[in-house]
Design a protein around this ligand. Sequence first.
Ligand code: CMC
Length: 445
Amino acid sequence: MSPVTLDEPRVQSSTTRKDLLTVTDHRTGKSYELPLTHGTIRAMDLRQIKVSADDFGVMSYDPAFMNTASCTSRITYIDGDRGILRYRGYPIEQLAETSNYLETAFLLLNGELPTKPQYEQWAWNITHHTMVHENVKDLMMGFRYDAHPMGMLVSTLGALSTFYPEAKDVHDPLVREKQIQRLIAKIPTLAAFAYRHSKGMPYVYPDNDLSFCGNFLNMMFKATELRYQVNPVLERAFEVLFILHADHEQNCSTSAMRGVGSSGVDPYTAAAAAIGALYGPLHGGANEQVLRMLAQIGSKDKVPAFVKEVKESGGEVKLMGFGHRVYKNYDPRAKVIKQMADRVFEVTGRNPLLDIALELERIALSDDYFVKRKLYPNVDFYSGLIYQAMAFPVDMFPVLFAIGRMSGWLAQWQEMIEDKEQKIARPRQVYLGSEARDFVPMIKR
Ligand code: CMC
């Protein structure tokens, strides 16, 4: 739909006046009518607003994309004010209650829940792509004993692109499908190898007789026993945790996946970029930081002093696991995890840091500072307590997030590739630097 100006009134038949936004440029006195679709104007429609023919035209300025939609999507819906999250229309609570991770991954990628034969084929395909080339193992052996597993994951995932050169053909749907299966199947293997490396323990190969989550737990924790017994409560907890983390529309790492993928690069390289984004403490690294924060607080009675420190720090000290760009209500994922915690603790024993977390939540939710800013616990606040109780070291927490999020990254990447409106992502800037000036030789500076 092309924009129209009042000088040239041309309202298209499908556009009623209710679907138009009138903008007046007081520099010229001209008014413009910009079409509104789904409550948005097209930023490119602003470019016709000029003071002279050779003027570049108006741009929108939106650091951190606070109010800019970069795509249309049919995958995940969030209503941040009401604390609602749905994948392809299905409420997250229902998926967490009844689905499993692979079924949810299929849903995200294909738009519909699988039939029984579709599910069985899908699960078979994933199960039979869990192995990694032995050279990947050798590559991992080269890391220092204390390498952070996220660092190992970023690099090994990127390295996988060298094993599958055909993956470059991102416009071939069959090639894409194969890489999607490989990525979802192999990321638990890489994650578990990274952990075993840090422990100095031999890597455990995938076991096709186990479920997606059972296999992951086996690769993580199998020691000398002939057959590692996967605890069904922990296995189910992982299904739920991976479902909850599977997608979250245009967050930082998904935007990285789409942005890097928009250059046409293979999905292994794009996913490595997404994992890099997830690693940061404000994103997937937050669950690690929550545990460090709780341990640093040390005991329930020290919570009020810590909350005071957060409030007085002017934004410097944050209550990790609190706040969200989109949710201005309780994160629905945090609710599910909090409810699940008791079931896990019955098996693992109660995490002693839980009391500090509950006290922190109680005080924060009744404190004016947090209430005014609508800061509620997010998905990372309680997930770390569960991971720790299951014996995962804190630096594995963001890795666990990455395993679940892989299906969402791939669904979003695929949607981007198939979207005819998308091109290489290339934001504009507002240049505020020096005007043109002549080079000064060093001797004269
Ligand atoms: N503790 C204390 N104050 C906070 C917090 C917090 N966790 N989060 C935001 N604020 C304050 C912030 O200082 C600001 O105050 P003021 O208006 O006085 O300047 C106000 O609340 C608005 O915050 P913002 O930084 O403008 O919000 P944002 O949308 O840019 O940031 C966020 C969102 C998630 C990065 C931020 O809330 C944060 O840093 N939280 C802690 C890290 C965290 O838990 N991240 C995980 C997010 S959920 C999972 C994921 O995406 O990976």
